[in-house]
Design a binder for this molecule. Structure first.
Ligand SMILES: C[S@@+](CC[C@H](N)C(=O)[O-])C[C@H]1O[C@@H](n2cnc3c(N)ncnc32)[C@H](O)[C@@H]1O
Length: 217
């Protein structure tokens, strides 16, 4: 896999099996900041706890980490990943985030690791499929839902998974995703989220779900 530049100058990869890029062509870093970090308000939270579906190239993780390091807050990040990439591939994906890149370099020396800690906080990785793993209850302040599209990763967007993500979120927590698909949004509502359409960058709309209602069942 060879890195491909996106329009903000940061690199992505294309998954050889799905033929889909890990990030939009408008910008890997741009999406991580504007959608996942900011639409979930992770950048404002005094003690963010992020649950991510699809750790991928760790762009979202590094953006959340840079924000936490700049603000001097402790980050707890729990990611689910079914196809972890080897360190030699990840090493090619460097980002203009000086503080986070220093931590990323240490992480690559031990990757793949289930737990990685530092004075900045903790990254835990559940290696497996989100639909088959158990998730913590009322733990997360934010959910980053970032699998490949519902066309190629349908299992990750199903109502059963969304209900478990709702249970993993604290009340008032936010889920963000790039998908604006109708069936997905209906499933998100059925899972107990208040669903908002938000203007996207390079895409007409993104989706934010706020954990207001208790999940059904
Ligand atoms: C779009 S990429 C994620 C990019 C990543 N968030 C980043 O910041 O670089 C999608 C990732 O989701 C993972 N994935 C897809 N379906 C999954 C599932 N059912 N369970 C766990 N991980 C999944 C893929 O292996 C891939 O690494």
């Amino acid at each position: 896999m060879e890195p491909v530049p996106t329009q903000d100058g940061t690199p992505t990869l294309v998954h050889p099996g799905y033929g889909e890029a890990y990030h939009p062509r408008q910008g890997a870093l741009l999406q991580a900041r504007r959608l996942y970090l900011e639409k979930t308000r992770t950048h404002l939270h005094p003690a963010p706890r992020v649950l991510e579906v699809g750790l991928g190239l760790m762009v979202n993780f590094r953006v959340a980490l840079e924000s936490a390091l700049e603000r001097g807050v402790h980050l707890r990040y729990l990611a689910v990943e079914k196809e972890p990439l080897p360190p030699e591939v990840l090493r090619q994906i460097s980002l203009p985030l000086p503080r986070a890149e220093a931590v990323f370099g240490e992480l690559l020396a031990v990757w793949p690791a289930e737990v990685f800690r530092g004075p900045w906080g903790e990254l835990r990785v559940l290696f497996g499929r989100v639909e088959a793993l158990s998730l913590p209850k009322a733990w997360a302040t934010a959910v980053y839902l970032d699998p490949f599209s519902p066309r190629v990763n349908p299992e990750a967007w199903e109502e059963g998974v969304l209900c478990r993500l709702r249970l993993a979120l604290r009340r008032g927590g936010r889920l963000a995703t790039y998908s604006a698909q109708g069936a997905f949004r209906r499933a998100l509502k059925a899972a107990g989220f208040r669903v908002h359409r938000v203007p996207g960058v390079g895409k007409r709309e993104w989706t934010v779900g706020i954990a207001v209602e208790a999940p059904p069942g």
